[in-house]
Design a protein around this ligand. Structure first.
Ligand code: COA
Length: 331
């Protein structure tokens, strides 16, 4: 089969967040913090936390089912399933295979890709390239995380910032020109791998009683360094993609940033000279959901009418790795 598509479009989106809400005041009962500190430093008011029966694949499958419904497609229409996550249900098989079976998708290639909080933009470009090869018609891409499973609930510098959830999109080939996924600008710099990472659980430091005692199976972060790098790489990726496409920032109807920290987003907005009201924000409700952050925001922005047909939208992310990315879409 060779369909030689002209474009790849977003046919549908869906998202899912667990029902259990943990407010800043709830966290102040666990660690030495306050609603005032968390809100002024990050813009976060509350986050969703999955229960012990609800795994990344469960949340991913729920978001995906909503995306399929939104696209008007059936499970049998999907040829590719890609999940971006740093909290897979288990090291293998892939969470994509687990989602596949939960949704009854019979014939699809399935894989996980790990690019931390930039993961959704990474899988969007990978899926887009596969679709443009002409061998596939519809891809289901999912960003899903159960970050609560790798947070150190004794570490106030990290546990207050993150939450659980999932977002999904259906990407499909189209014969229309100049619509859908217009361009990507992805990047990575492994030299900064030590600012945000989880040391334990891989082959270099497998689980042992000592690794557990030393709390190696939890996310570690050097917050100030991450902050500075985040602003720098997101500004760079956003400027490059605008320049590559001969666009000015005032031509963007909407910006969907990775929802990590309000102060990072405000600095980015001022450096790009884009008014804050053009940014879609939901981090006050969910905190940082890593790979799920952009697809949850994309789904909510579409459903709330913040992105209209023909609008140019910029998505921009950064994450552990470091990784970063920008994507330009016309819905
Ligand atoms: N509650 C109360 N106090 C806290 C706290 C909390 N949850 N976390 C840290 N503190 C304390 C620190 O211990 C420090 O105290 P000290 O001055 O007595 O040593 C003080 O607050 C300032 O800490 P600092 O780390 O300098 O604060 P900050 O202004 O840099 O804010 C972050 C911390 C984490 C909010 C900020 O650095 C940040 O947002 N970084 C980016 C993180 C991010 O986005 N990560 C995800 C990447 S995808």
């Amino acid at each position: 089969m060779s369909l030689a598509p002209r474009s790849v479009v977003i046919k549908g989106t869906g998202s899912y967040t667990p029902a259990n809400i943990k407010t800043n005041d709830d966290l102040a009962k666990l660690v030495d913090t306050s609603n005032e500190w968390i809100f002024t430093r990050s813009g976060i008011k509350e986050r969703r936390i999955a229960d012990e029966t609800e795994n990344t694949s469960d949340m991913g499958a729920k978001a995906a089912a909503r995306a399929l419904e939104n696209a008007g497609l059936e499970a049998s229409d999907i040829d590719i399933v890609i999940v971006a996550t740093i909290t897979p249900d288990m090291p293998f098989p892939s969470t994509a295979c687990l989602v596949q079976t939960k949704l009854g998708i019979a014939n699809a290639i399935c894989m996980d890709i790990e690019a931390a909080c930039s993961g959704f933009l990474y899988i969007m470009e990978v899926a887009s390239a596969l679709l443009k090869s002409g061998s596939y018609r519809n891809a289901l891409i999912i960003g899903a995380e159960k970050l609560s499973s790798i947070l150190d609930w004794q570490d106030r510098t990290t546990c207050v910032l993150f939450g659980d959830g999932a977002g999904a999109a259906i990407l499909s080939i189209s014969d229309e020109a100049d619509v859908g996924l217009l361009d990507f600008q992805l990047g990575a710099d492994g030299a900064n791998s030590d600012v945000l990472f989880m040391p334990g659980g891989g082959c270099s430091q497998p689980a042992t009683p000592a690794s557990i005692d030393n709390r190696l199976h939890y996310l570690k972060m050097r917050g100030r360094e991450v902050f500075k790098l985040a602003v720098k790489v997101m500004e760079q990726a956003a400027k490059e993609i605008l320049e590559q496409n001969e666009l000015k920032s005032d031509q963007l109807a909407c910006v969907i940033p990775h929802q990590a920290n309000m102060r990072i987003i405000e600095l980015l907005a001022s450096r790009l000279e884009i008014p804050m009201d053009r940014f879609y924000l939901n981090l006050d409700k969910y905190g940082n959901t890593s790979a799920a952050s952009i697809p949850i925001a994309l789904d909510e922005a579409r459903r709330e009418g913040r992105i209209q047909s023909g609008d140019l939208t910029l998505m921009v992310a950064f994450g552990a790795g470091l990784t970063w990315g920008a994507a330009l879409i016309r819905c």
